[in-house]
Structure formats: structure tokens, C-alpha cells
Design a protein around this ligand. Sequence first.
Ligand code: 4H4
Length: 239
Amino acid sequence: MKFDILTLFPEMFEPIKQSIIGRATKNKKIEINLVNIRDFSKDKHKHVDDTPYGGGAGMLIKPDVVYDAYKSLDIKSAKVIYLSPQGKKLNQNIVERLSKENHLILLCGHYEGIDQRVLDEIVDEEISIGDYVLTGGELPAMVLLESVSRYVDGVLSGDSIKDESFSNGLLEYPQYTKPEIFNDKKVPEVLLSGHHANIDKWRRNQALKVTLEKRPELLEKANLTEEDKKFLESLKYKS
Ligand code: 4H4
């Protein structure tokens, strides 16, 4: 998958060149191209923003500058995503859907936003990472890039994303590693038994339990078996 990122601060993206994203880039599973919107400013002072018509606080990014940066890209099969507080809230379903795309152009907002005319012209989808306002769309773009890249074929092994939180509609079960005893706390016996059917059953029940405790609303949309429902009933009865 190719990511083109339209930003005023390309240097902010250095951190994502580490860890799995860096490895995925080296393995050519993903490609990241940073485009500095400021390079498309038409004046010698490299201005990219101006005051809003009608007055009001803050500065808006000018439409022509953004449009020229966009047109400098190979846009034929790309989906343009604008990171903004007004967008659809990013969730696992959106992440997995976007991971099937071949080419995403991420437009990072700034100041009070971008002139509406260019947004109307080029944006396919507006996505928010949460109901709060940041100074720039770069961190949201990195959140989207990382979460989507994890689901691009070949970036992570199929097993590592199979049972993680949200991948099956539930939160992930609790995990343990060596030492077997830590601060007098032992690892649950079943995980030492080598009995894989019992381990899978325990993990499924733990995922149900932790989801009921922390995010009960997820249970409404999860694909629960009759056994799952019986186990949840037993928990609710105990409480
Ligand atoms: C964009 C601020 C648009 C306000 C911005 C608007 C988020 C977020 C964010 C820098 C930029 C802000 N981006 N999720 N939350 N005029 N971006 O805060 O639409 O209100 O993704 S506006």
C-alpha cells in the first residue's frame, strides 16, 4: 500500500520510520511519501495560510496551495482522507476497510482547518481520532497510518492480529510470560497445561469477561455463541 501524506510538518513523521512501519517500508509492504504543502506556496515568503473571510480567530490553509500539492501526486486510484475533528470516529472496522486500499492520500489539517472549497473538491472521507481538537492533523495521520499498516498483508503475521482487541469484536484476553511466579502471583494453571482446547476456551472466556467489565457495549455487536452467552450469564449472576 502507498501512503502520500500532505503536511506542513513532514519532519513530524520521523518517529513512524521506526519499528513495524520502518520494517514494512524496508520490506516494500508499504510506501510512505511525505509531501510538504509549503513547497506549493506561490509567494516568496512561502505563506500557506490566511485569515478567514467574514472574520474570526485563527488562520486557514489556502485552497490553491493544497490543491496544487494534491495535483502533484498520481491520484488516479487514490482515496483522499482528511484528518479532522469533524470526521467519522476511527475504529477497527474503518481500519480494516482502509487496509484493503492500494493508495491512500492523508491530508493533515492545521490551524483552524482548510478552506472548504478544496476539501469539497478532493476529500473522499473525513476521519477523526477522537472528540478533541489538536493543533495539527499529523498525529492523527500517524495513528491512522500505523493502525491501517498493521492490517496490510505481510506487515504482521496473521496470528498476531487474530485475537487482539477489537479484531473479533471483543477486548483481548490477559497475557502472561516468564517468570512463572511474580510477586507471589502465579500464571493461571491452564496456560501451563499444554492442553490447547482448554487454553483456547479459557482465553475466549477471559476475553468475554474483560469486555463485560471494561467495554460492555461491544458485546451487543460481537458474534456471541450460545456458550458465550451462558458464560456471560454466569458472570452477571456472580456480580
Ligand atoms: C482540523 C482543527 C479541522 C479543526 C483541525 C478543524 C483531529 C482530530 C484534529 C488540527 C486540525 C486538528 N484530526 N482527529 N481530533 N475546522 N485536527 O484535531 O474542522 O474544526 O483528526 S475544524
